[in-house]
Design a protein around this ligand. Structure first.
Ligand code: G3P
Length: 219
């Protein structure tokens, strides 16, 4: 399973990339706004820290504008940048065209299995269902991941399912059980997934005992 960071904060990306298990990064206009930095400069820096796919989102709403922007971003930004496109009819057409150009895409803002299937049919490299935002409406976002993974099993689709809008570690654990190919999450969730009180307690105890070994002159 691929683990992506969902952030445009380069310090966080450096921290998690340092763990050696970061597979990619997703950004969106809101995350770029939060960074307070220039869009292309930030994506360039992110792409220099992480060699996996880095999603940069188009902001045009019409097909022509999305395709133009997608081609421009691919031409100006590093090789590992992929183009994030909203799941709209215009976005589907843009995905199809960019796919035919050989450009990898991530179709975002997916809230139903039918949207995911249509994005896959358009050739999306990744399809991104938003779990947390479905939970926010009082429904169960994980049910959508289950529906999508069942659909993928029925039709042997090539697009990777990228679970997004992840709000807590349990979302990731459930995605792992359902076979989602990728999860994108904030740095906080990476830290929570690695933390276990028994690991901390066990390490403390080993270190105390090792100090005794050294004191006894046996190390
Ligand atoms: O990459 C976009 C997605 O992960 C958004 O998450 O927390 O804003 O719903 P959130």
């Amino acid at each position: 399973m691929e683990f992506f960071l969902d952030t445009a904060d380069v310090d966080e990306i450096r921290e998690i990339a340092g763990w050696g298990i970061l597979d990619g990064v997703t950004t969106n206009p809101s995350l770029i706004k939060k960074s307070g930095r220039d869009f292309k400069e930030t994506v360039r820096e992110i792409a220099s820290i992480c060699s996996g796919p880095i999603s940069a989102e188009v902001t045009a709403l019409d097909t022509y504008g999305m395709v133009e922007q997608g081609r421009e971003l691919k031409a100006e930004l590093p090789e590992n940048v992929i183009i994030k496109i909203p799941c709209t009819p215009e976005g589907l057409t843009a995905t199809k065209i960019l796919t035919e150009d050989g450009i990898d895409t991530n179709v975002t803002l997916i809230f139903s299995a039918s949207q995911a299937l249509m994005a896959a049919k358009a050739g999306a490299t990744y399809v991104s269902p938003f779990i947390g935002r479905i939970d926010d409406t009082g429904h169960d976002g994980m049910e959508l991941i289950a529906e999508i993974m069942n659909t993928w099993a029925n039709y042997n689709l090539e697009s990777k399912v990228l679970a997004a809008s992840i709000r807590h570690p349990t979302h990731v654990l459930q995605c792992m059980q359902l076979g989602a190919h990728t999860a994108t999450m904030p740095a906080k969730i990476f830290r929570q997934l690695m933390k276990h009180p028994l690991t901390d307690r066990g390490l403390d105890s080993f270190m105390q005992d090792w100090a005794e070994v050294k004191k006894a002159g046996n190390a």
